[in-house]
Design a protein around this ligand. Structure first.
Ligand code: HEC
Ligand code: HEC
Ligand code: HEC
Ligand code: HEC
Ligand code: HEC
Length: 325
């Protein structure tokens, strides 16, 4: 050992711990963590995470045209908080995030989720020699972490009442799974949700049951860890039927799952709850024979056309079944 360090080391035995740590750790760890101001600064070292994040709704949350439109280009300043937030660890988990003043076009960025007050980043490991100075913070994996922005429509509360919560299957198990199912490869940052049709398809299943010469359509929430469709009030899932072999204009809507905006006093909140099976008797004239039934998903029925809708053009087909008596 370097004699000067040894001597100093002995001298500080009774002094504050941080002094001896500073002396005995390798010299490069003594430097303060780099202060990061933009997600672009993480890109060169965390290329894969960066690319996944860029493809995510999080990265898009400020520039998203639907958000801009509905917030009147963010002249409704309440909308800035979660769509361009300051670091979560700064305000604290369980508290509402604060709006950021700069770089808003980066949306929900690396800094918002990872940067700790005083420097360094929250991660799964201690990395005293990395410039970003990661420390292991379990809070990142908690539902309340996502909940600072995702509980305004009770998504976290719904999950808490589910069997997934009992089994320890949290938000990140479904939305940020390990790459190639390998914990050593870290977690996907694409955060798939309502913009990924495979993800949405995995949430529900539909089937028909014959009862007294008519069909009862059963819709089951088999894959969402919360109500379906979740979180964003503008989402809707619609059930349609038509006689087998007729064209797409013949689809007739018979049910809609939706959570209304506050001003839509005539719309009932009827989201399909976690694990729920909803039984919907089909009573329309002519629906008792050979029919097709389909469930369609709409991200923005807010912009729905007023003409007779053609779901095959305007919405996303999730599942389609053929029923013969
Ligand atoms: C600082 C606020 C904030 C935090 C924290 C946050 N999100 Fe988000 N999240 C958003 C916003 C805003 C959007 C919507 C962006 C848009 O579509 O414009 C979003 C969208 C999503 C979506 C929808 C993607 C889609 O395709 O529609 C998923 C899934 C998601 N987040 C998962 C998570 C998970 C899991 C966590 C916790 C690890 C998390 N989020 C933490 C703000 C946040
Ligand atoms: C408390 C946090 C929070 C606030 C405040 C907030 N949002 Fe969001 N917003 C979210 C989250 C989380 C999502 C993602 C949920 C989802 O996509 O289902 C989202 C999604 C959206 C979407 C859907 C985007 C898409 O890609 O389909 C729109 C539109 C939207 N917000 C508009 C607004 C408007 C307008 C305001 C202000 C009136 C606002 N938000 C305020 C958290 C917030
Ligand atoms: C100069 C390269 C460099 C830059 C720039 C950088 N990091 Fe890191 N980061 C590292 C290294 C090296 C590690 C340690 C990784 C390892 O050993 O697997 C690390 C680790 C991490 C971890 C912990 C990884 C884990 O598995 O838990 C997180 C989180 C992280 N960085 C986030 C960021 C964020 C966010 C930024 C930008 C604000 C950033 N880093 C900027 C090099 C960098
Ligand atoms: C919505 C919040 C959120 C955003 C935005 C986000 N991360 Fe993460 N990140 C997480 C969570 C949650 C984990 C998983 C932590 C765990 O498993 O303990 C994670 C894990 C990581 C890790 C550990 C290794 C891995 O790949 O899982 C690194 C490195 C990392 N993030 C870097 C970044 C960088 C760089 C950005 C921006 C390009 C970014 N993150 C954006 C929430 C986020
Ligand atoms: C068992 C898997 C699972 C778990 C656990 C889970 N989700 Fe989801 N989530 C899904 C599926 C499947 C969808 C797509 C269907 C839908 O929109 O409901 C989804 C959709 C979403 C969306 C997108 C909604 C939209 O309109 O774009 C958000 C946001 C979201 N989940 C947040 C969360 C949060 C926050 C948690 C933790 C409290 C969580 N999820 C737990 C499976 C899961």
């Amino acid at each position: 050992m370097n004699p000067i360090k040894a001597m100093l080391g002995l001298g500080v035995l009774g002094l504050a711990g941080w002094i001896s740590t500073a002396i005995f750790l390798p010299s490069e760890t003594v430097a303060a963590p780099q202060q990061f101001t933009s997600s672009g600064e993480c890109q060169s070292c965390h290329t894969q995470v960066y690319e996944e994040w860029q493809a995510s709704a999080h990265a898009n949350s400020w520039v998203n045209p639907d958000v801009r439109d509905q917030s009147n280009n963010f002249s409704n300043t309440d909308c800035i908080d979660c769509h361009a937030p300051r670091p979560i660890f700064e305000t604290g988990i369980g508290k509402r995030v604060l709006p950021r003043a700069s770089r808003r076009n980066e949306g929900v960025d690396c800094i918002a989720c990872h940067v700790l007050p005083g420097g360094g980043v929250a991660g799964t490991m201690e990395g005293p020699s990395a410039v970003c100075r990661p420390t292991a913070r379990r809070e990142l994996t908690r539902e309340e972490f996502c909940g600072v922005c995702h509980d305004q429509h009770k998504t976290v509360q719904q999950w808490k009442g589910s069997r997934y919560a009992e089994q320890g299957i949290g938000c990140i198990e479904c939305h940020m799974p390990y790459r190639n199912n390998d914990p050593a490869q870290g977690r996907e940052h694409t955060c798939k949700g309502g913009h990924d049709m495979d993800m949405v398809k995995s949430a529900v299943t539909i089937r028909g049951v014959r009862e007294a010469g008519a069909w009862v359509i059963e819709v089951e929430n088999i894959g969402a860890g919360h109500s379906f469709p979740t979180d964003e009030r503008s989402r809707a899932a619609d059930l349609f039927w038509k006689p087998v072999g007729s064209d797409s204009k013949a689809w007739k809507q018979f049910y809609r799952f939706r959570s209304p905006y506050r001003w839509e006093v005539d719309v009932v909140d009827n989201l399909l709850e976690v694990h729920e099976t909803r039984r919907l008797p089909l009573t329309d004239e002519g629906s008792g024979g050979a029919i097709e039934v389909a469930i369609f998903y709409k991200r923005s029925p807010y912009y729905e056309s007023t003409e007779k809708p053609d779901p095959e053009r305007e919405a996303n087909l999730l599942h389609r079944i053929e029923l013969t008596p």
